[in-house]
Design a protein around this ligand. Structure first.
Ligand SMILES: [Zn+2]
Length: 215
């Protein structure tokens, strides 16, 4: 801003806009928009948006703020949330399920991530690798008998059943197997209804697999 009510020369609009600050568009010491200046730079619709933005007298110092974070600091995380929740249509990414059951678990993040990957069928089991065109056997690497998919590897393989038995929850797990076939449903049902001991066993099982990179 150069004078009380000043209009920038328009011989170099690009340079003017590049150097323009919000404070340049406000009349000095008046807390009101410099409408003639705005009209000389922007079209009618943009000017309308600007002048309907209130200027609060108690605010004296201008600063950059990012309202999507409580501390006003810009973050990539908040931009991601903004895009996913407000700007983009992400309905086709959403998968039905009570995913909070996973994220609320008080376990190391890598275990939560592993359980989430299992539920989304992202684990590179041998069955899945073959489906993706990898030239390998589908036989389970642990028992060398049955096909290695997520359900077998984590719940039906004798090695996994030993872990369930160690925690004395094998019968409860069998009941869930009888009711559900989908790996996601089995895990959700286990987390939702089974007692804490079984949850701990589930987490221990996944933790063991994850840490040993057996899957
Ligand atoms: Zn097996």
């Amino acid at each position: 801003m150069r004078d009380n009510v000043t209009i920038f020369p328009l011989d170099d609009v690009a340079t003017t806009l590049a150097n323009l600050r919000v404070s340049d568009c406000i009349l000095p010491n008046q807390k009101s928009w410099n409408v003639p200046l705005l009209n000389s730079i922007f079209n009618e619709q943009i000017v309308e948006h600007i002048i309907t933005t209130p200027l609060y007298p108690p605010v004296h110092d201008d600063r950059l703020v990012w309202k999507k974070e409580s501390n006003d600091e810009y973050s990539v995380r908040s931009v991601y949330r903004l895009c996913m929740n407000e700007l983009l249509d992400t309905s086709h990414f959403k998968v039905e399920g009570t995913w909070d059951l996973i994220w609320r678990l008080k376990v190391p993040p890598r275990v939560r991530n592993l359980i989430w990957r299992i539920c989304r069928n992202c684990l590179p089991t041998r069955t899945r690798l073959c489906d993706k065109g990898v030239n390998c056997t589908v036989v389970c690497a642990l028992c060398t008998v049955d096909e290695e998919d997520s359900v077998h590897l984590l719940f039906r393989c004798p090695g996994s059943r030993d872990i369930w038995s160690m925690w004395n929850v094998a019968s409860a797990v069998s009941n869930i197997f009888d009711q559900y076939q989908n790996i996601k449903d089995i895990i959700f049902e286990t987390l939702r209804y089974c007692h804490m001991k079984m949850q701990q066993c589930l987490v221990a099982l996944f933790g063991a697999y994850g840490s040993k990179e057996m899957i």
